[in-house]
Design a protein. Structure first.
Length: 372
């Protein structure tokens, strides 16, 4: 199959007129326009933009289902997969909330069973283990009663039960034993600083120990001040991937632009952090063991705290462009960067020879048209 007469997002995230030849679901060649005729058929892109499918590296639920609370994990993931595919997502990492440890073990087992079978929409990219090794001081929507100290042996057990599918494990670096945990955990999966009250110096120590990611930067961590910049500044100065929930609620547009300038186009990861209400409108929904009320673009717990977003990653990409992020850099932040953060960039995240042919079509203003 030949995709022709379009502008292609090249591997370096520039736009060029090109044709892309695909065979058996893989990208075989990126060619000058009109260089070949494909006997297997052709799709005329009509001058529109051919872009890689999106990657949501941090999502709790959507379309009425919640990864952490559904007993039918296979059915939940299938429903998430179908909805996310309709929004241009090629792969997603469902995020596990803080919950009783035995329940978390059971969830890992159910994921392992479900992951054996290919999804019919967006592919599974592994588990984002957000809880339970967090700070009660910065728990936000994570139930504080189930938070436990960092424990590498427990992480190994969860990793084994998941079928070795945990891609990212979160930790609050200031908690007792966290630095040693990070050193050990970095040999198991990627490690992210999350739900933390760590100061700048502790952040530097954690990054040196093996932290490679910042979970929803600025949310559930101390603000940057002139004399106490906190872990957020350390993460921005480092080589870590920096997640932002770009829904217009969690982060002010000015801070989105500032983060982009500091982290640069190669480290910014736009995530949804979406919960079950995404795609459904107002109402009462679940987030792990907690009840969330959605009103407009905000999802809140009974006490008023924000509880994830109701904006999918495709809409978050479009908001980032609206906020002033250059479109191709915003696209990179929802494709290649999260794929790299998850360690799946050998398969997805960009249009390159050998990768899976998971494409979306955009108009010349980078508006989402659909999958192709």
């Amino acid at each position: 199959m030949l995709y022709k007469n379009g502008l292609v997002v090249m591997p370096d995230f520039t736009l060029e007129p090109a044709d892309v030849r695909v065979s058996k679901g893989r990208i075989m060649e990126i060619l000058p326009p009109g260089a070949v005729i494909d006997s297997e058929g052709e799709i005329d892109l009509g001058g529109r933009i051919l872009a890689p499918g999106l990657v949501d590296m941090h999502i709790h639920g959507c379309a009425g289902v919640d990864f952490s609370s559904e007993s039918d994990t296979a059915g939940c993931l299938d429903k998430m997969s179908r909805y996310l595919h309709s929004r241009g997502v090629a792969a997603f990492a469902p995020a596990a909330m803080t919950m009783p440890y035995d329940d978390l073990c059971a969830l890992m087992k159910r994921y392992a069973s479900a992951a054996i079978h290919p999804m019919k929409g967006a592919a599974l990219a592994g588990i984002y283990l957000e809880g339970p090794f967090l700070s009660a001081e910065k728990c936000a929507a994570q139930p504080p009663e189930y938070i436990i100290p960092p424990d590498a042996d427990r992480l190994r057990e969860l990793f084994r039960l998941s079928g070795e599918n945990i891609r990212i494990a979160c930790v609050a670096p200031e908690t007792e034993g966290a630095v040693e945990f990070i050193r050990k955990a970095a040999g198991i999966c990627r490690v992210s600083a999350a739900h933390t009250a760590a100061d700048y110096e502790t952040g530097l120590t954690a990054i040196e120990a093996g932290i490679s990611n910042a979970t929803h930067l600025f949310n559930a961590m101390n603000d940057i001040t002139r004399r106490a910049p906190g872990i957020a500044a350390a993460l921005l100065e480092s080589g870590c991937f920096c997640e932002l929930i770009c829904d217009g609620v969690h982060i002010h547009p000015s801070v989105v632009r500032l983060t982009y300038r500091l982290a640069g186009p190669e480290r910014l990861c736009i995530v949804s952090d979406a919960m079950a209400a995404t795609g459904l409108g107002n109402g009462v929904f679940s987030l792990g063991t907690q009840t969330v009320t959605v009103d407009g673009h905000q999802a809140r717990l009974a006490g008023g705290s924000l509880a994830g977003s109701v904006t999918d990653v495709c809409s978050a990409f479009q908001k980032a462009v609206e906020f002033g992020i250059p479109p191709l850099d915003a696209l990179r932040a929802v494709t290649l960067n999260p794929a790299r953060a998850l360690g799946i960039d050998g398969r997805l995240g960009s249009i390159e020879v050998g990768k899976f042919a998971r494409f979306i079509l955009l108009d010349r203003e980078f508006g989402f048209i659909g999958n192709i």
